[in-house]
Design a protein around this ligand. Structure first.
Ligand code: ACO
Ligand code: HSE
Length: 376
């Protein structure tokens, strides 16, 4: 059943980007949804958007990264910008003349789908009571939406950066027969202690905020803003690179009057910016799911019939290039059809969001090879 109106209260962090965007749609299921933890959600609400040749073109599913949402690109020039505006559009690498693009906010997310802000059975937001999630739970919830939108039409291609790519692995492992291939960008097949360390700092910062209140802060009007901002500041370091910081900031001070480095003011700014668009409880539940992710716990041979493209980013400090290449080799050794691609870019992990020329070339190559494979 499709709905057009968001049925829950709109929370302050959702307002900053004009949420709900005019073309946002919702799927509501009333079937209980069992999580890997054994907990059961009595219903699901999945927020999603569609673009391009809806119902006609080859479907492409795009999974977002940790703080992303379904708003990949704008629908019209009046619409607010999406996070891959330069890569998804008419005449762009993911060309809307050709493809039917679908993106959704993940289960546990902060931008429309069921998450800690949603009402529990007692009518109050789950808050700290929201159950722990896995990336496989998030992939299963995505499948419900994808089935509802596509029916038994064409098999989709699945694309994701960072956590979006990890979710693409999980999705391919669960439903290998239902997709044509996946492209993951800067996405490991398990989370390293290095990556877990950043999230540990982030969660600790949030939980130490006096306003966190065990995650039950929605109705108090006082948010754990400082904790979430600190979490983002730590994470932003991992999304950049020494070279990108040198190029963008050097050792310059913000202003002669203010005794603060440019990088310091930048991190502070990015921390505050996330507070305006994201939810601290979602940060906790999603980073836990990422940290626990290890594709090797499943049967890797299930991926044998799925073409897997993995992109390593040369300057990635969070999921280093060599780590992604090593993970590609592990999949290859397990008999999986893996193609490893290199995103040459100095901007660190977030290169896939900002370095659109090399990223666009990889996307075009992937789509060209996949469409050739479809014809033959
Ligand atoms: C795949 C997904 O779904 S993920 C969701 C993607 N979105 C995000 O990650 C949002 C967080 N933002 C970011 O990580 C980055 O801004 C990116 C990756 C999106 C864009 O990177 P860039 O274009 O290189 O921008 P950059 O990192 O320089 O940041 C620019 C912002 O910092 C501000 N800024 C730059 N230098 C300073 C400074 N010294 N002091 C304070 N603010 C500064 C700019 O004014 C600008 O602000 P604005 O975003 O409000 O316009
Ligand atoms: N900067 C992106 C990528 C992180 O992996 C985000 O905030 O989601």
């Amino acid at each position: 059943m499709k709905m057009t109106k968001y049925p829950y209260p709109i929370w302050p962090w959702q307002l900053s980007q004009g949420f709900p965007w005019p073309r946002l749609q919702f799927l509501r299921t009333s079937d209980p949804f069992r999580l890997d933890s054994g907990d059961v959600l009595p219903e699901l609400l999945i927020a999603y958007e569609e673009w391009g040749q809806i119902g006609k073109g080859t479907p492409i599913i795009i999974f977002h990264a940790l703080t992303g949402d379904s708003h990949v690109t704008r629908h019209t020039y009046q619409d607010s910008a999406g996070w891959w505006d330069n890569l998804v559009g008419f005449g762009k690498p993911i060309d809307l003349h050709q493809y039917h693009v679908i993106s959704l906010n993940v289960l546990g997310g902060a931008m429309g789908s069921t998450g800690p802000h949603s009402p529990a059975e007692d009518g109050h937001p789950y808050g700290g009571r929201f159950p722990k999630l896995s990336l496989f739970d998030m992939a299963r919830a995505a499948k419900i939406l994808i089935d509802a939108v596509l029916g038994d039409r064409d098999k989709p291609l699945v694309i994701g950066g960072s956590m979006g790519g990890m979710m693409a692995y999980a999705y391919a492992m669960l439903y290998p027969e239902t997709l044509r291939g996946i492209l993951t960008i800067g996405s490991p097949i398990w989370h390293s202690p290095w990556a877990i360390a950043f999230h540990t700092v982030g969660r600790q910062a949030i939980m130490s905020d006096p306003y966190f209140n065990g995650g039950n802060y929605y109705l108090t009007g006082a948010y754990p803003s400082q904790g979430l901002a600190l979490a983002r500041m730590a994470d932003m370091i991992s999304y950049q690179s020494p070279k990108s910081m040198e190029t963008k900031f050097g050792r310059l001070y913000q202003t002669p009057e203010r005794d603060e480095f440019q990088i310091t003011s930048y991190l502070r700014y990015q921390g505050q910016k996330l507070v305006r668009r994201f939810d601290a409880n979602t940060y906790i539940r999603i980073t836990e799911a990422m940290d626990r992710f290890d594709l090797r716990e499943g049967d890797l041979s299930k991926l044998r019939n799925v073409p897997v493209w993995m992109v390593g980013i040369t300057s990635d400090q969070l999921y280093p290039y060599d780590e992604i290449r090593q993970h590609a080799n592990i999949l290859r050794d397990a008999g999986i059809n893996v193609r490893f691609e290199t995103l040459h870019s100095p901007w660190g992990h977030d290169s896939f969001l900002v370095d659109i020329v090399p990223m666009g070339k990889i996307l075009r190559r992937f789509l060209q090879v996949m469409s050739h494979a479809m014809v033959n």
